[in-house]
Design a protein around this ligand. Sequence first.
Ligand SMILES: [Zn+2]
Ligand SMILES: [Zn+2]
Length: 830
Amino acid sequence: MQNVTPAAPVSAGSGPERPPPGELLRRLRQRHATDPITHVERVPPRAGIAVPWPTWAPEDLRAAYARRGVTAPWRHQAEAAGLAYDRQHVVVATGTASGKSLAYQLPALSTLLADPRATVLYLAPTKALAADQLRAVATLEIEGVRPSCYDGDTPRAEREWIRRHSRFVLTNPDMLHHGILPGHAQWSGFLRRLAYVVVDECHVYRGVFGSHVAHVLRRLRRQCARYRPATGDPGPTFVLASATSGDPADAAGRLTGLPVTAVTEDTSPRAGVTFALWEPPLLPPDPAAIPSPRPAPAGSAPSGSAPSGSAPDGSSSGSSPSGGRPSGGPAHEAADLTQVRRSALRETADLLADTVASGVRTLAFVRSRRGAEVVATSTRRSLDEAVPGLGDRVAAYRGGYLREERRELERALLHGDLLGLASTNALELGVDLIGLDAVLICGYPGTRASLWQQAGRAGRSGQEALAVLIARDDPLDTYLVHHPEAVFGAPVEATVLDPANAYVLGPQLACAAAEAPLTDADLALFGDGAKDTVAALVEAGALRQRPTGWYWRHRERPEVDLRGDGGAPVCVVEAATGRLLGTVDGGSAHFLLHSGAVYLHQGVSYVVDSLDLDDGCALVHPEEPDWSTHARDVTSLSVVSVRSYVDAGPVGLFLGEVDVTSQVVSYQRRRIATGEVIDTRPLDLPARELRTVAVWFTLSPESLATAGVDPADVPGGLHAAEHAAIGLLPLVATCDRWDIGGLSTAVHPDTEAPTVFVYDGHPGGAGFAERAYGMASSWLRATRDAIAECGCEHGCPSCVQSPKCGNGNNPLSKPDAIRVLDVVLANLPE
Ligand SMILES: [Zn+2]
Ligand SMILES: [Zn+2]
């Protein structure tokens, strides 16, 4: 419950005097000769608006909250709770620590108290969050509710009891999909009386995963309807909680398939925050560091299948996409002095050391687990050099720690025993660690929504806090630190998901049919494409049509992984013990589990000995090398169909289906701390096909010539524009650049023109390309500005170089990329 002011740290006063944010910032910037701060924004404090308890809230429940220090709800909590109590579907989308759980607990528990038969189903994206919520509900000690977690860890012996007796079941979408819905008959009593479905942290359900979860919720609604006696019963009420996001009513409506009202005005109190944007300085060109001429890595081998002059960029990540300088010297010509910025990880470690030395309780967010370890280790080392023993007050925190370990670290930080914590975004989900003095964000976390979630950890009531975003060497980060209006003046992103994706709809309809034969009436629930998809499933022999509906034809249930991309999952097995560590979906296995890959599981590092694709199995051993691995692929693409297009004279903009063929051909090993490329090693893996959705633009060769692009520079201009466009797409869609692939070519056989393609890296598309098409002019405008404003001369990782380029970032022309985009923007309607 966040209406409670966090307990004052016991020993915070015992350290050195804590400087106010402005003074602290002044101390931090002294490290550099040039000012790394590009912008400072002051986010003013906000007073909370409390309102009386709603009259329908039972006295017992108010008393239970009062025992936990909650004397009255904030207005947004009462508003959302009131809508839910009136049986309207509602999403509450407010900031970190704004008390969203009260908004669903109040109507849900009130209803359970009023109706001794009613039940509630709570869904969290992680088991850990469900466990946290269980404790929160259990401590209210409402009689007869018997809240229980039901997930993969629940002992068999307890499951039967929970199904029969619990009236508040906490689980996750995977368990709903794999366990509860297939076993619906055993849950019939629970589903018949289901009053509320709570979907917590619903902004997590985006992309392909979100599209799957949308259909799991439709399957849930269908089973509820089947077990309810009365026709015309509206079914359970959905209460969703989201981080602040753009158009949450629309996203929640897509997720549930129901009309949802949004409550978005946050009326909880907030401390003022001084928010600085920080760009690590460019390192002076170092003649001694001139990279040797690029070896001939397999990654740049001319691909027989790719159109000539094309520059493909794969769509999946290496094992450790973040951390350090992502792309290094070997891609450059020998004559070109590589200009790089100081790595964001090193910069973060230094800043953390400085804030800790100033007695400031600081949380540093780092994108990768290994990166968090590097920051913590490096900070501890420099603190110990200054004051022996001071390093002990810094630790690393990551997902995968046991709950007790996490609690201990949280407690130590809140009480001031620990002063610095370097964390992955594992902290983003539901952990009540707030009220810190400073938050350092190493690299833009991908969305403004996540940025505000992370910055929201800073600030105790009545005390100003500091937040610093440290830019990585990356086009999006560079753009943002030079465009504060894109950080502070823009609304947070909408959550993107596309339940109509045929690659999601087909498997989900198969699951639904396996649960109970599909009827005509059911199809309406699953959307417009359902009829055609069912016909295709009949054609493929998966379903059989009978007068009473469509029946699943097989004995076994369909195997569908909500978080995967289709393709049989590959098992990750520890070679020495035979222990199964986990599975990776077939689409990512080539990138993450090739031999030699560094694979992270629950924070532990393994190296892959061998990958057997026929057996669907990768053998690994534990090892913690100081490098990460980054797979590269080569790609070709053909257009299947055009959904929509804009004819803009010499420029064309298209949205459509494409077939992408890609092959992982090599991987790079890079030092984690510096990003330095150690070497590139070839791989021998088969090519794979991906049918997906792409956005692309074409330009006439004449328009390029008029704009001053020499024909020889067209491939380099298009390729550089493509890289930057991929890097900037997260500005308009809630994806990260690892969800997207691209390809550019001076002449594509299907378009017969110079073309840049950007495609969803997921079968059937995840909605990202569609979003890019709809926002094309603002997306490409930002891309153009990011390139033009970068301080480098010939292109760098901050603008047009890509860490995952299948062509070794060759050719690239920064000035011609600007000309290309100018032609597009001059012709494209706003
Ligand atoms: Zn640059
Ligand atoms: Zn490329």
